[in-house]
Design a protein around this ligand. Sequence first.
Ligand code: NAD
Length: 505
Amino acid sequence: MTYEHYIDGTWTAGHGEETFTSEDPATREPLGTFHRGTAEDVREATAAAAEAFEAWRALSYIDRAEYLWDIFHELRDRHEELGEIVTKECGKEISEGKADVTEAWHMVEWAAGNARHPHGDVVPSEIPAKDAYMRRKPRGVVGCITPWNFPVAIPFWHMAVSLVEGNTVVWKPAEQTPWCGQTIAEMFEASGIPDGVFNLVQGFGDAGGAIVEDYRVDTVLFTGSAEVGHEVAGEVGPEPGKTVSCEMGGKNAVVITANADMDTALHSAVMSSFKTTGQRCVSAERLIVHEDVYEEFKSEFVDLAMQVAVGDPLEEDTFMGPVVDGRQVEKFHEYNDLARTEGANVLVDRTELTDEEIPAGFEDGFWVGPFVYEIDYDSDLRCLQEEVFGPHVALLSYSGGIERAVEIHNDVPYGLTGAVISEDYREINYFRDHADVGLGYANLPCIGAEVHLPFGGVKKSGKGSPHAREVIEAVTERTAWTLNNARDIEMAQGLSAEITTKDEE
Ligand code: NAD
């Protein structure tokens, strides 16, 4: 069977001739074949979304949220099954596959629950007879473009709030995870949401590009790489009235000071660098360690990196599954080679796993293991500046105070997340106040998000925050609304409201 797009409440093969296959990155077993969306398919989807907008926005918040509550229950009831789908399609180990689904229902819960919370503000006016308000209006059609690594959670970051606020949606999932996209679309269909309110177009970057270009799309929400995100933001930028909100990658770091608790440091570093096989936007590819504790940390971290369990992601005792595809394997090897040419002293090289490490039946999967090196810090090294998105980790020794560690920490174009490990609250507070991050952690890994906290970066990592409360700003328009309760018109700032005539002059 070849899966279709979901446009205007109908499953359709669309206009393209091409199909593509999703495969399990652990085994290369095919999971499904999907029609590849074209610009024409996107145009049909945006037209349907534009057509559905007026009737959808006319519903109350509460009524719109009812459709999302159905989805909330389905995500919860099918937790195990959906977690396995996530793990099979993107290779994350099973606790992460299930956490992805949990995060999705948390987001839906937040968005649907927020329907009953106050929206906007009552604002005092200078004129006693006037009532002034800040009200919100939905922007219209929201185009959502999402990455593969959180294939259920991130789509709901984008879509749950957008829909409850009264927008309609055209969504393109990542080409690596169309099966997750299909599953979510089936849930929307089952919820009975009116035709055209939710639309799914499967496909690649060209379909994403068509969403960005379409004049009917009022807001673009993008989560993915900085390269693509800045291109998207650049295209939307000049279009009057269209807005864009982008969440992108990072070159994140954990700072381990001389006052760190060593167990906390090691635990946090392993989680930060190797969870999701290093393929989180928040993964740490740099560990910045004080010289006084460097040798001890290095020796123990290297031992752990040699031991972390890589294997079948459906097994509960696996720590790292495969990377998502062949392109990711190549990129990982390229950056490991680059680090070598830039002077790395390689400490752990499990990049080609042994036959014993790869379970039977998994020989064809996209396997890599940890690559850990030490290198003298230098701003010009590309391996310290560019996101690899894999278990590629540099150990950097620093001397001096927390100020120096933060200087090194901030010396990257990105600014998504970071952590400091220290028992000294002054160091922690310095890091909190000076690290260039949108998400900061102390005595924790630099990964992990909760939906009611803002999630976004600074510098090259972020331009907006398509997530929870913040996404409301991207998908609604604020209106200042003022009502006069008096018969006479009185203006603020002492402006005269008198209409004088020629005779009076
Ligand atoms: P990607 O940028 O390659 O693709 C993301 C989405 O954009 C996909 O759906 C893709 O088809 C689409 N796309 C590609 N080219 C496009 C174009 N020209 N116009 C419009 N759409 C286009 O990213 P990926 O490989 O799927 O995901 C990994 C990246 O995402 C990493 O850089 C990671 O750090 C980042 N990420 C960021 C966050 C965050 O919240 N900050 C979360 C997850 C992932």
